[in-house]
Design a protein around this ligand. Structure first.
Ligand SMILES: [Zn+2]
Length: 621
């Protein structure tokens, strides 16, 4: 995104300034209006683009059908419309598969020819005086990455719904929702205008703004001068709005103080706590959307602050501290980047720090989670064959079960989070406690985000780490980021008086490797040759519907973790060619390496001081 667009990205309007005072942030709007008149006078002569108007009609909830109308202003006779093939997940999902039909007409209502150019692109002819394009799209993908319309609610990842004119992606956009069922409200970080209309300065901003329409609950709070909205769509008995708001206060205060920055005036949290399957979080520049199964929320309440801190921190890391390889976004094909180990993994590292600073995570839990993250990486043979950068590039394969096998791939979330922790410890060591991961992020914020620049993937992280530590850290990046050398954990942990103790434990061996693509079904990725699972008839590609009588959604890993050697495993599966089967067999046993971070026998005062600073995410005093 060019610098000009970046500076004014929060709100750049053409014709709608008058409506701005209706924006909820009443205090901010006056100041913003003045800024806007200045901004418009600078920008309009160059960006004379007329707005593209969309109408999304909530036509048929029972059949999950939405009708979209796009009004194209006058312009070239031939226009092309593109529906993204991906968004939210780094996976090609071909949203065009859900488009039932496309047609176009001129302003007088005469039909215009529509020609499909490829599976996601359409050409309209005779559009010189403007055109009206209409299409019907089926929307029933749940979760924060999807778009769903049913009789309960609508949640839209707008990139899954809205085509854009390829010659006007940077034009201002207005979207209107029509046929909204009685009693339903609209929540979105887009700026609201009268008549259920919402605006964005361009398509990228439009589709970076989730929309929830339904009968949700809403709360809000102020913290550090910003206004936060909290939207929850769930059964009232499944959550406590006061607890959630109290948690959010702590998270936003800890994160903004850690970054010493708050690049927004308002921000929206959007939660779904479904009873059925559905989980995950999705970051946006001014909001995030999180789904967490209601049972999981009760049984593992620590997950909510952890996911929330991760998605909130993304407002810096990936949204503003953004790798060059993701800009400009290519909606028509894969957008390859080597930086996901940092943009995702180190976002989890930052979420740990925020949790520690906010008092939502304590040292024992942090170190236990860290040990199990190390176990996860070490347990995947692919940690010796696939680097963190390669796993970032290969993110686009994550939809494929074979790719997710432990011998084929590692997770850039998992290794990236660990690399964030090792980099933090190394920057502290190299700078004698005078710099840390916090300074790395702040340096990148100042030198890239605030200047409207994008960072050159791993080289940009190295540049920042070297700038704040005044040391050559090339070896770290060569060996562990671009390379696949074993990480000598104890060399890093020594500085904080810890070491990793390996043990063995006998665990249940189910005889197969389950795998899951985000919130998709649990799939059998491999079956051990000669195992009881194989003899019972389990096959690669089977989708697991139930485990020991429980739905294999959120609870699957929990049920697997509970298994002891000799326990019965009862699965209900659906085969690749359809047809459900019930299978039973006894779990075997195997030796597994376990990891535990423990204090060194003698922890020196220097190590104690370093650890205290590390756990606060601060430099040593
Ligand atoms: Zn993330």
């Amino acid at each position: 995104m060019p610098i000009r667009a970046w500076i004014f990205r929060q709100r750049v309007w053409g014709p709608w300034t008058a409506h701005l005072l209706r924006v909820r942030e009443a205090t901010a709007s006056l100041r913003m209006t003045v800024l806007l008149f200045l901004a418009i006078s600078v920008i309009l002569p160059r960006a004379a683009a007329q707005p593209i108007s969309y109408t999304i009609s909530l036509a048929d909830p029972e059949r999950h059908l939405v009708e979209v109308q796009i009004i194209l202003p006058e312009g070239p006779a031939q226009r092309e419309l593109q529906l993204p093939v991906w968004n939210a997940l780094y996976q090609v999902r071909d949203f065009a598969q859900y488009v039932n039909w496309v047609r176009a007409k001129d302003r007088a209502g005469r039909a215009l020819p529509v020609r499909e150019l490829d599976k996601s692109r359409w050409q309209i002819a005779g559009a010189q005086d403007g055109a009206i394009v209409e299409y019907e799209i089926y929307l029933d993908s749940f979760g924060p990455f999807g778009a769903q319309f049913n009789s309960h609610h609508a949640f839209f990842n707008l990139a899954q719904v809205l085509m854009y004119p390829t010659d006007a992606r940077n034009a201002p956009m207005v979207v209107r929702f029509s046929q909204v069922p009685a009693g339903w409200h609209i929540a979105t970080p887009l700026t609201s205008m009268p008549d259920n209309r919402f605006g964005a300065e361009n398509y990228d901003r439009l589709v970076d703004s989730p929309v929830e329409i339904g009968d949700f609950k809403e709360s809000d709070f102020e913290e550090g001068g910003a206004h936060y909205r909290v939207i929850v769509d769930a059964e009232p008995g499944d959550y406590d709005m006061e607890k959630i708001t109290a948690m959010l206060h702590k998270i936003v205060a800890a994160a903004t103080s850690w970054m010493d920055d708050r690049p927004f005036d308002s921000y929206m949290f959007l939660y779904h706590f479904p009873r059925g399957p559905g989980g995950g979080g999705m970051e946006h520049a001014y909001s995030n959307a999180i789904a967490l199964n209601a049972d999981a929320l009760t049984k593992a309440p620590e997950v909510l602050p952890s996911v929330t801190a991760h998605e909130f921190f993304h407002l810096w890391n990936v949204k503003r501290i953004r790798p060059q390889t993701l800009e400009p976004v290519d909606y028509a094909k894969e957008n390859y980047t080597r930086a996901l180990w940092f943009s995702e993994g180190c976002t989890s590292t930052a979420a740990d720090v925020i949790g520690l600073r906010a008092g939502l995570l304590d040292e024992p839990h942090f170190e236990r989670d860290l040990s199990s993250a190390i176990g996860e990486l070490e347990g995947r043979p692919a940690h010796l064959t696939q680097s963190a950068e390669e796993s970032s590039l290969d993110a686009w394969l994550e939809g494929d079960a074979y790719y997710r096998r432990p011998e084929r791939s590692i997770s850039y979330y998992n290794k990236g989070e660990l690399l964030g922790i090792m980099l933090d410890l190394e920057v502290r060591e190299a700078s004698h406690g005078q710099a840390s991961l916090r300074e790395v992020f702040q340096w990148m914020n100042q030198n890239y985000a605030k200047k409207g620049r994008f960072f050159p993937d791993s080289d940009g992280v190295r540049e920042a780490a070297e700038a704040v530590s005044h040391a050559d850290l090339g070896w770290f990046f060569t060996k562990y980021v671009a390379g696949t050398e074993e990480i000598p954990w104890d060399d890093f942990f020594r500085s904080v008086g810890l070491h990793l103790v390996q043990g063995t434990k006998t665990t249940a061996d189910a005889g197969f490797v389950p795998s899951r693509n985000f919130d998709g079904p649990v799939i059998v990725a491999s079956v051990a040759a000669g195992s009881d699972a194989e003899r019972a008839g389990l096959q690669v590609g089977d989708a697991i519907l139930e485990i020991n009588g429980k739905m294999a959604a959120q609870e699957f890993s929990e049920e697997m973790a509970k298994l002891a050697p000799g326990d019965m495993i009862a699965l209900k599966v659906r085969g690749r060619r359809g047809g459900e089967r019930e299978l039973r067999w006894k779990a075997g046993s195997r030796e597994e390496i376990s990891y535990e971070l423990k204090d060194l026998e003698k922890v020196t005062p220097q190590q104690q001081a370093r650890r205290a600073a590390w756990l606060k995410g601060e430099v040593e005093k």
